[in-house]
Ligand binder design. Structure first.
Ligand code: AMP
Ligand code: MG
Length: 396
């Protein structure tokens, strides 16, 4: 058996990064991967401005006058530009409005009273207070987004903040998806004896699309050698990656192995993980081939832990899985040779497992917030620290 770490290492080493890029408007860039670094040509903020609604003034004037009265001479709203302040003067100012020359602090409006054209300030006042400095967020010339950044909501906001309207992104990965198994029928069709609904197709397609992949869905592929061979070849011709589920064990009805082993290279791994032992990796022509186990929880786990990092590597993205350590709300008295990924919920700061951890039980994944990782050959007592992989964060 291959350890999870070694399997991942081999996958990442074989991932050939895409280089084709295209330029898209910000509104079309969501979920894509940045092809080139983005450098800011401006300071953000571009000018010193007020962080509060209040009065702009000079603090030395305040220190000199115990009564702290200022002549109110102007009003500066966001988007306006103020005139210089003379000593003893104050300007009415609003959040985001530029600081007028001659001012070095903002008095909050809650600390001020205005009477007959004069502002009276109470409360302490220190130089620089409630001022947002030019360039404090982004200094001109700084790389704000390195190449390989996945563009999520906040990255798009930052690109907009520096005035960038278009971004160079990698073209999306084209992924073909095949669901193998004579037992499969599609939701919406009648469930006849011996059949099950094809759940992997919808789960994997959504996982792939969440990552920004363009999916060509081949639907159900019957367990027949000739058909499997033909469809795998077809899928490989038009895609970067071909992913199938089922049929990668060594049973007589597992034709994926037979279909590929004749003229393509294919590694059939037994990965020391639970769920998700059988896993195939290879190439069909110029496309990568990944064969996932048929059990839905196994295919979810192998996708999350191995396929997703591999696809991201093909996009030049290296992201570690979001994890933390929490006390186990369970025990594992008997060690097993496989690394276990228990479906758990985080309750009162503890990792609590779903009652049925079988690899076919998809309700466990729906219920869970996270995987709790029990290392291979290890025991665990309740309260021991256990590594938690936060599944919800992966969807960001
Ligand atoms: P296999 O890897 O083909 O031996 O399949 C392992 C188990 O997963 C069997 O119980 C299959 O019926 C089930 N399975 C395979 N493909 C799917 C699928 N697309 N959706 C749901 N279950 C599946
Ligand atoms: Mg099968």
């Amino acid at each position: 058996m291959l350890t999870v770490d070694l399997a991942l290492e081999q996958l990442l080493a074989a991932a050939r990064p895409l280089t084709d890029s295209l330029t898209v408007p910000l509104t079309a860039a969501r979920g894509q991967v940045l092809a080139h670094a983005v450098t800011s040509s401006i300071d953000v903020p571009a000018f010193d401005n007020s962080a509060m609604d209040g009065y702009a003034l000079h603090v030395t004037d305040f220190a000199a006058a115990p009564l702290a009265e200022f002549a109110l001479t102007q009003r500066i709203a966001a988007g306006d530009v103020g005139a210089p302040l003379a000593p003893g003067e104050a300007a009415r100012i609003f959040t985001g409005a530029p600081l007028p020359p001659g001012a070095n602090a903002i008095a909050m409006q809650e600390d001020c009273t205005v009477e007959a054209g004069a502002v009276r300030v109470s409360g302490p006042l220190r130089e620089g207070q409630h001022i947002r400095r030019s360039g404090e967020d982004v200094a001109q010339g700084t790389v704000v987004l390195p190449a390989g950044t996945r563009l999520r909501a906040t990255e798009l906001g930052l690109a907009a903040a520096i005035g960038v309207a278009e971004l160079a992104v990698l073209r999306p990965l084209r992924v073909a998806l095949l669901s193998t198994g004579n037992e499969l029928v599609e939701p919406g069709d009648a469930l006849t004896p011996g059949k099950i609904y094809n759940s992997n197709r919808y789960m994997l397609r959504a996982l792939l699309e969440d990552m920004g992949c363009v999916v060509t869905d081949y639907g159900i592929v019957a367990d027949e050698l000739e058909l499997t061979t033909r469809l795998l070849g077809e899928a490989a011709a038009g895609n970067d990656v071909v992913i199938s589920t089922g049929g990668v064990s060594v049973g007589e009805e597992d034709h994926v192995r037979a279909a590929l082993q004749t003229h393509e290279w294919l590694a059939l791994w037994k990965i020391a993980m639970k769920p998700g032992k059988p896993f195939a990796f290879g190439r069909i022509g110029d496309a990568d081939f990944i064969g996932l186990p048929g059990n839905p929880v196994s295919s979810f786990a192998t996708f999350t832990l191995l396929v997703r990092p591999f696809l991201l590597a093909r996009l030049g993205v290296s992201e570690s899985l979001p994890h933390l350590w929490l006390p186990a709300g369970f025990s594992r008295p008997k060690p097993i040779p496989r690394r276990e990924f228990l479906r758990v919920r985080i309750e009162h700061g503890h990792a609590v497992p779903y009652a049925n951890q079988s690899s076919g039980v998809l309700t466990s994944v729906v219920w869970a917030d996270a995987f709790a990782v029990v290392p291979e050959h290890s025991t665990l007592e309740e309260g021991d620290p256990v590594r938690i992989i936060q599944l919800a964060l992966l969807e960001r």
